[in-house]
Structure formats: C-alpha cells, structure tokens
Design a protein around this ligand. Sequence first.
Ligand SMILES: CC(C)(COP(=O)(O)OP(=O)(O)OC[C@H]1O[C@@H](n2cnc3c(N)ncnc32)[C@H](O)[C@@H]1OP(=O)(O)O)[C@@H](O)C(=O)NCCC(=O)NCCS
Length: 173
Amino acid sequence: MIPSYANFGGKIHGGILLSLMDKVAYACAAKHSGAYCVTVAVDNVEFLQPVEVGDLVSLHASVNYVGNTSLIIGIKVIAENVTIGSVKHTNTSYFTMVAKNLEGKLQEIPGLVLETREEVRRYLEAIKRKELKFQYKEQLNNEKSNLAIDEELYKLEKERCVLNLNNDTNPTT
Ligand SMILES: CC(C)(COP(=O)(O)OP(=O)(O)OC[C@H]1O[C@@H](n2cnc3c(N)ncnc32)[C@H](O)[C@@H]1OP(=O)(O)O)[C@@H](O)C(=O)NCCC(=O)NCCS
C-alpha cells in the first residue's frame, strides 16, 4: 500500500480497500458468469485491524453462491508486513453481484460445481446469510413503522445524548 492511499491518521483508507474489493468481486463474478456484472450489495464490512502504508495486501475471492442472475462473492483481505513477517486478516466481506447482458437486462448465469466440503460450507453459509438478511430487513422495516417515539424516550436516559426539542419544527415525526 502506497502513502497516497493513507488517511489523515496514516493508515490505509477504508475506501481504498473497498474499491479494491469491488474490483476483485467484479473480476470473480464476470469470470464465472461470462457476463458484465454490477454490484448490488455489500455485506459485513467491518475493518477489524488497520492496514499500514507499506503492507502487502492480498485479496482472496471465491464464488460462494449462485442464484439465477446473482452471485455472492466472498472476499478475504490479508495485510502482510513483509519486513517483519506479520500477517493480519483485516476483514471478510460478501459482495452480491448481478449479471447483465449487453442490453442491460438481467442475464442467467451458470450453476456452481461444489468440489470440496469447504465449498459446500460456503454455499450453505451463504444461504443462511441470505435468509437472515431477509428476516432482518423485514423486522427492521416493521420496527421502523411501529416506532412510538414517546414510548421509547426512556431508552435515551442511558444514552450519551441530551434532549432539547424546544426548537423542533416537526413534533409529530
Ligand atoms: C440489482 C438490480 C439488477 C436488481 O434489479 P431488479 O429488476 O430489481 O431485479 P430482481 O428483483 O429480479 O433481482 C435480480 C437478482 O438480484 C438479486 N437482488 C436484487 N436486489 C438485491 C439486494 N438488495 N440484495 C441482494 N440481492 C439482490 C435478486 O435476488 C435476484 O437474484 P436471482 O436472479 O439470483 O434470484 C438493479 O436494482 C440494478 O441494476 N441496480 C444497480 C446496480 C448498479 O448499478 N451497481 C453499481 C453501483 S452504483
């Protein structure tokens, strides 16, 4: 990682890593599908450890799951300091990509041959993640539409915020 990728704190900018991950996800998805692919969703972006200027960063990608037109690419990011020989796993994220044809319409993609138990584990895990994501979205939408602000105000008592609604111009929200 070169100095111009660093943020003000001297560590590599998260956006640089995300951009690299997106490019790798594209390459992996396009190669499997034989089509142009777009990024639809990125799950689980948590940078567990910082990446330093000078680190050698490797991105390991695999096609974990395929649907009809979408596929999920798992990407593991490893940062290595080659001078002291340390290796850090900075994050693993999951990119959902969708294949499109030259007219921009959704394109069906080939299925996936699972050749190892590890590939089976990744596939099953992807199905589980999809199910949980769907449930989470449903529940969150439900909670949001049922949120009764006045009844939940007590939750703010333990929070590090101060209520000052005197100038609130929209008291009904
Ligand atoms: C993603 C996109 C193609 C979905 O279009 P759509 O007409 O709603 O299509 P569908 O609902 O039939 O979904 C198509 C596939 O995408 C998947 N999909 C759609 N939205 C998704 C989401 N939020 N998360 C995960 N997968 C999603 C569907 O499950 C489906 O997969 P399958 O064919 O394998 O079953 C469309 O929203 C799009 O083009 N978005 C812009 C993507 C883009 O330009 N990205 C670049 C970054 S700006």
